[in-house]
Ligand binder design. Structure first.
Ligand SMILES: Nc1ncnc2c1ncn2[C@@H]1O[C@H](COP(=O)(O)OP(=O)(O)OP(=O)(O)O)[C@@H](O)[C@H]1O
Length: 339
């Protein structure tokens, strides 16, 4: 079988600042990365680890310290800006505000690599623009000026411009930064769908760990030491990379449930038995309150539901206490001598 060509491929790429000078600052590398058609890749990592630097470097906006970047098999260094604009659409965090243009004109700028400097739009351009407006839900503010939009609205418009540009590779730096929760979920779903339906390769940097785990085909996980682990989200959890990158003061990643826990100083152990939603949310509430929920604990809570009513039985190892609300159980656990 013929091997699929990567849309983006890096070989021994080192990224950083001031290459070729005595002020050279290496941020990460050597990086050997490949991004294929139809893939959504989420680039994750702590603040300042180099995510934006990597995105700017592979887009040709910033010089690499060393190594090679190929776009559809061609050396990026040999491509003219106009060629790159037909291959990569890029939205950075700092170009989300775009002055006094109206929204439609800004989205139309996505067609600039095809329409030439006169900016005359043909039917193909208009169809691409309409698709982008529809996909991003920006029709409601098409006639507004960019500087009258909220940050979240602006972000959607910039994404629409990138989609209208209709390139094989879309690169977005923190596209969910200003969005509310439903819009963040919608946007991640849209990117996933776009990659699958149009075969585009999409690379985004994000701090949305939970969402990235759900939608990414691959995760590129950077740490503060300049290393990058690439793999399926599940692989990075199973080999411990995820926990290592994000287990820090006050936060831990639970590989068993795929969720993050905020640590609390309390460490008493409790076990919870019971099925269904009530048991699930009882465990969540106890973890939030700082208890370690483990099947081996001596103190046991049994959750049961009968005829739409819920009951919690607390067995402290000596006493057995019954509660008919979660609050009364939590309140009782707070009393000295109960746990
Ligand atoms: N122009 C510059 N010259 C030198 N160092 C820089 C420059 N711009 C950024 N840096 C440094 O490079 C490192 C990586 O920055 P970068 O913005 O790529 O991180 P990031 O992972 O995108 O961070 P965040 O999650 O906070 O957006 C940081 O230590 C930053 O201070």
């Amino acid at each position: 079988m013929e091997k699929q060509q990567a849309i983006l491929h890096t070989t021994a790429l080192t990224i950083g600042y001031h290459p070729g000078t005595s002020h050279l600052k290496v941020i990460a590398g050597p990086l050997n990365l490949s991004l294929y058609a139809g893939q959504l890749i989420c680039l994750l990592g702590p603040n300042g680890c180099g995510k934006s630097t990597l995105l700017r470097t592979v887009s040709g906006l910033q010089k690499a310290v060393s190594g090679n970047i190929q776009l559809e098999g061609k050396d990026l260094k040999g491509l003219k800006p106009a060629d790159i604009a037909r291959q990569i659409s890029l939205v950075l965090t700092d170009n989300v505000r775009s002055g006094n243009l109206d929204v439609y004109s800004l989205i139309s700028l996505g067609r600039y690599p095809y329409s030439g400097w006169l900016g005359i739009l043909n039917q193909t351009d208009k169809t691409a623009i309409d698709y982008a407006i529809d996909a991003t839900g920006t029709a409601a503010f098409l006639n507004r000026k960019m500087d009258s939009l909220s940050d979240g609205e602006c972000q959607k418009v910039m994404l629409a411009r990138a989609i209208a540009q209709d390139t094989p590779l879309i690169i977005l730096d923190e596209p969910t930064a200003h969005l509310d929760l439903p819009s963040r979920i919608q946007l991640m779903r849209l990117l996933h769908q776009l990659a699958k339906e149009t075969g585009k390769a999409i690379l985004i940097s994000t701090h949305e760990l939970d969402l990235a785990l759900q939608v990414a085909d691959q995760i590129w996980l950077m740490d503060s030491g300049g290393h990058l682990a690439a793999g399926l989200p599940e692989e990075l959890i199973l080999d411990g990379s995820f926990q290592q990158a994000f287990d820090k003061d006050g936060l831990s990643f639970d590989a068993a449930t795929g969720t993050f826990h905020i640590h609390h100083p309390r460490k008493e152990e409790l076990s919870v038995t019971g099925e269904g939603t009530a048991a699930f949310w009882t465990r969540k509430a106890l973890i939030r309150k700082g208890y370690a929920v483990t099947p081996a604990a001596v103190r046991r809570i049994t959750v049961s539901e009968e005829g739409g009513l819920m009951f919690w039985l607390l067995d402290t190892g000596g006493d057995k206490l019954s509660f008919n609300t979660l609050s009364s159980l939590l309140h009782a656990l707070d009393q000295p001598g109960i746990t």
